[in-house]
Design a binder for this molecule. Structure first.
Ligand code: NDP
Length: 424
């Protein structure tokens, strides 16, 4: 069967098929065994939660470059009304949401003459996630704020293109159980998880022996605790390979980002802790790898550019031609690999421990880290103190082995209070 470029744009979930009870990746894939010839050509309708951020703006570039494939239904921001207005005027979505209600009037006035609905507040954010017309919700919010709208999108049966890793860190079991129940695919945007997902294409019945998550090591790779004691946010915000939002850039410098990704991978690919290995690969060319039962390792490679995984999540299972810069092996004669330094960068070890203990521990890890990072960005604590805050919270907040949604909300709240007290 030949596939015309247009048929690849079709995306309604027709089949559940024999993969219904398998791992989430297989289960996600099963939705996309499309009856390509029997359906009309449709564009995917996209809602972007967090359109003004690093992922959100790059997603808009992908959408702008492919007007035959995508239609923008909704965009949301938290504070950045000016950019949100600019995006709304350019893309003319049906709905624009500004989470901060104080900015509502400004956005409303600017878009008054256009045929665009403008809403504000947390409920409106959830509304953008469950609009009837929407096929795919790209969750590009940062932090815990992504959890509720993602759950609402899944409840509404929307495919999730997941950038907001914190959602799976905080409540991975709850989110994936609901996704399975609602038969909703969760398509990874994080470059490492997209790499694993791409390696798994065509391997849906082959068990994974382990996955190997690559880490750049961040700007402080090879540094010791003495050096890290005095580093400032300006140094931590200079990532060697990736240009990202402030929170994830600090998380990358402290290796917390890799810790969060370990937990994200566990839930996305239904793995046990000892099936997840982290390898430092400073060039960020191999985005991650899968080792199968026969020992064979598949890797996905390319230049560090988030537009590729964003596009793949939106076009899966197809691929779209683009003009992104191409990788040339001759420019990278040496690809190197190292063990992560878990002693200096304690966050990665804490993440593995939180994952092992389970329950609400990853939720505590995430909330404490969000407070620690925000205080580091305000110059209120040092770089190494971020891990100390996280460790104290993990030790002090009550353990809940099988949390429900309310338990996660309460754990998040308690942890933020404790972390703030520890810092003040
Ligand atoms: P940014 O900080 O650049 O953008 C965050 C977006 O979320 C902005 O649109 C922001 O609005 C909005 N936002 C922030 N807080 C809230 C809130 N409380 N309520 C509603 N909206 C909010 O983040 P990134 O794009 O870097 O990251 C987004 C997610 O993607 C994170 O979970 C990150 O870990 C993940 N990710 C990012 C990568 C990257 O390359 N950037 C790579 C892989 C994963 P406003 O602009 O108005 O503040």
């Amino acid at each position: 069967m030949t596939r015309s470029p247009q048929t690849r744009t079709f995306q309604k979930f027709e089949t559940f098929g024999k993969f219904g009870s398998a791992n989430l990746y297989s289960f996600a894939a099963a939705f996309y065994f499309l009856k390509e010839e029997t359906h009309p050509i449709l564009k995917k309708k996209i809602s972007i939660l967090g359109s003004t951020g690093s992922i959100g703006t790059q997603a808009l570039e992908v959408i702008e470059a492919n007007p035959d494939h995508f239609e923008l239904e909704a965009i949301t921001a938290n504070e950045n009304a000016d950019l949100l207005i600019k995006q709304a005027i350019q893309f003319k979505p049906n709905l624009v949401v500004i989470a901060n209600e104080d900015k509502y009037q400004k956005v409303f006035d600017a878009l008054d003459l256009l045929d665009i609905k403008v809403y504000a507040g947390e409920n409106a954010l959830c509304h953008a996630a469950e609009l009837e017309e929407v096929d795919v919700v790209l969750t590009a919010l940062v932090g815990y704020a992504g959890l509720k709208p993602t759950l609402r999108a899944i409840e509404a049966g929307k495919a999730i293109a997941l950038a907001n890793k914190e959602t799976l860190v905080v409540a991975g079991e709850l989110v994936t159980t609901l996704a399975k129940k609602k038969r909703v695919p969760i398509l990874p945007v994080d470059s490492e998880h997209s790499a694993i997902f791409q390696c798994l294409a065509g391997e849906y019945s082959n068990p994974i022996e382990k996955i190997i998550l690559t880490a750049s090591g961040g700007p402080f790779r090879g540094k010791d605790k003495g050096f890290l004691t005095d580093v400032k946010k300006e140094q931590a915000l200079k990532h060697p390979n990736w240009d990202m939002g402030a929170k994830i850039t600090i998380d990358s410098a402290s290796l917390m980002n890799k810790g969060l990704e370990v937990i994200e991978a566990k839930w996305l690919f239904d793995l046990t802790n000892d099936q997840i290995e982290v390898v430092v690969h400073p060039q960020s060319i191999i985005h991650s790898m899968v080792q199968f039962e026969d020992g064979s390792i598949k890797a996905q490679m390319g230049l560090p550019d988030m537009k590729l995984p964003i596009q793949y999540a939106l076009t899966y299972p197809g691929r779209l031609k683009n003009n992104f810069p191409r990788f040339n092996f001759m420019d990278y004669p040496e690809l190197t690999f190292e063990k992560p330094d878990l002693n200096t960068f304690k966050n990665l070890a804490l993440s593995f421990e939180a994952l092992k203990k389970g329950g609400n521990q990853p939720c505590i890890l995430n909330a404490a880290n969000e407070i620690a990072v925000s205080k580091f960005l305000e110059d209120r604590i040092g770089f190494l103190e971020m891990s100390d805050v996280v460790e104290s919270c993990l030790n002090k907040i009550s353990f809940i082995s099988t949390p429900n949604f309310d338990d996660y909300v309460e754990t998040d709240k308690e942890t933020r209070i404790l972390a703030t007290e520890l810092i003040n």
